[in-house]
Design a protein around this ligand. Structure first.
Ligand code: NAD
Length: 489
């Protein structure tokens, strides 16, 4: 392949682009036009078998390479990603519907993640253990699991590919990746670059197929040693049930309903643009999207007014126009979000802005306008369930206790963002948050390197992100040794 075009109706198994065993194909659609971009292979159980067998064959050789060698290949991979940012961004932006600059930003993050694990590969160590007498020696050694299955969704496919694949490979595992059937192009392009960087055949295999076909075949496969699943909470439950058949360890990164908690002393000039970005970036289709705005009653009216004005000013269009926001990714996602828009007013929420398809000019795509609902009650579906669209639910609070109760008042526990000038209050509320990640006076993790991507409650139980991810992809072996007496020679 001279450039990074993805071969039609193919998948990447054992270092080669191959058709599905039965020749099946899946169309990949452009969400801005609903037209087919190209087709990819429709993997079924037999294709998954081939991919797992290739990964198994490659596993001993890859595990036996030195960590520095693995790190060097990952560094070449990172460099190649850096050299192909525009092509990768085009694949992802077109496939998911995000503005070109959003795709480009995702590729810089992707490159940074691979680079991080390139450097981390030879920093993985065990420990020496204390012994009761000098006649013993004890130590631990981190070992790869073997063959890791990685299943990801469509919203940020490149970042999620490397966030799982790079630490798995760095730790000495081989991988079978199943991207979402909706957005497989940037994962395929990344895998091709990995191949060019020197990943041996079978070390990284990519099968595309439907969840109930390829996904079920992979999670129930008897020769998989570890499963990483990123996706919805509903599917996460099914994956965990499948993993139980063979008692395979699972890492789950699931949905969210993350709050921005805004106290009256917050710096609103900083908070308001971040709150708007948190629910419109990627058209609100992020697991950590700031889909709930919890605001102190004394400033509620002005915050709602300013946020709504900013949301109404968001420019919407196809990926190549590179505006602020694109369409939703699919017909199913469009119908799901429109369902929330239709239901919320009758449940008692007040529509402040949006609620309609963006503009007639974009009728061809799955566009939804940035939408704000005020006076949302905790019992409403809008307050509790993940919409996965640019739809913000506003609730007011009086005092810290009510803020904390609302903050923790859903089944999810991914991210909580706290906006206040009072550092003591920020740290107390951060301590009370039932979330794997907390941000103070910013949305998410900007400025922190290797931020652990942790989850609580029904958002999952990942220990992804940063160095912890390297540990996630290793199992620890403990070794106890008795030192025998030997007559000196
Ligand atoms: P999804 O659960 O429908 O699908 C995710 C992946 O699982 C896809 O590749 C799909 O083909 C596959 N799949 C579907 N059914 C399966 C099954 N029974 N067995 C095995 N695999 C199966 O999710 P989606 O709609 O693609 O993505 C949106 C969801 O992903 C949202 O809930 C979002 O919050 C979540 N997400 C979470 C994170 C995180 O890190 N916590 C990051 C991004 C997205």
């Amino acid at each position: 392949m001279a450039d990074l075009d993805i071969p039609t109706a193919r998948q990447l198994i054992d270092g080669a682009w191959t058709a599905a065993a039965d020749g099946g194909e899946l169309p990949v659609l452009d969400p801005a036009t609903r037209e087919t971009i190209q087709s990819v292979a429709r993997a079924r159980a037999v294709d998954v078998d081939h991919a797992v067998a290739a990964a198994r064959r490659a596993a001993p050789g890859w595990a036996a390479t030195s960590p520095s060698e693995r790190g060097a290949i990952l560094r070449r991979w990172a460099d190649l990603i850096g050299a192909h940012v525009e092509q990768l961004a085009e694949h992802e932006s077109r496939d998911v519907g995000k503005p070109r600059s959003g795709g480009r930003l995702n590729m810089y993050i992707t490159q940074g993640i691979v680079d991080y694990f390139a450097g981390a590969a030879d920093k993985l160590t065990g420990v020496t253990l204390p012994t009761r007498t000098p006649d013993y020696f004890g130590y631990t050694r981190p070992e790869p699991y073997g063959v890791c299955a990685v299943i990801i969704p469509w919203n940020v496919p490149a970042v999620l590919t490397v966030a799982n694949v790079a630490p798995a490979l760095a730790a000495g595992n081989t991988v079978v990746l199943k991207p979402s059937e909706i957005a497989p192009l940037s994962p395929f392009a990344l895998a091709e670059l990995g191949r060019r960087a020197g990943l041996p055949p079978g070390v990284l295999n990519v099968v595309t197929g439907l969840g109930p076909e390829a996904g079920v075949a992979l999670t129930g496969h008897p020769d998989i040693d570890h499963i990483s699943f990123v996706g919805s909470t509903v599917t996460g439950r099914a994956v965990m049930r499948a993993a139980a058949q063979h008692l395979v360890p699972v890492k789950l990164e699931l949905g969210g309903k993350s709050p921005n908690v805004v106290f009256a002393d917050a710096d609103l000039d900083v908070a308001i643009p971040a709150i708007i970005a948190s629910i419109t970036e990627n058209a609100g289709q992020n697991c950590y999207a700031g889909s709930r705005l919890l605001v102190e009653e004394s400033i509620r009216a002005q915050v709602v007014e300013r946020v709504a004005a900013g949301m109404a000013a968001i420019r919407t269009g196809p990926w190549d126009q590179d505006l602020d926001m694109g369409p939703l990714v699919s017909q199913a996602q469009y119908e799901r979000v429109r369902g929330f828009l239709a239901e919320a007013p009758s449940a008692g929420a007040r529509l402040v802005t949006g609620g309609e398809p963006a503009t007639a000019a974009f009728d061809d795509g799955w566009y939804v306008a940035p939408t704000v609902f005020d006076q949302v009650d905790s019992d409403m579906r809008l307050a509790r369930e993940e919409v996965f669209g640019p739809v913000l639910a506003v609730q007011g609070f009086r005092g810290v206790d009510e803020a904390v109760a609302l903050m923790n008042g859903t089944d999810f526990g991914l991210l909580a963002c706290i906006w206040t000038s009072d550092v003591s209050r920020a740290l107390r509320v951060a301590g009370q948050a039932r979330a794997g990640q907390v941000a103070v006076n910013q949305f998410h993790d900007a400025g922190v390197i290797g931020f652990p991507f942790n989850m609580q409650k029904e958002s999952g139980f990942s220990r992804g992100g940063g160095y912890a991810a390297l540990r996630e992809y290793t199992q620890e072996k403990a070794v106890a040794v008795r030192l025998l007496d030997r007559p000196s020679a």
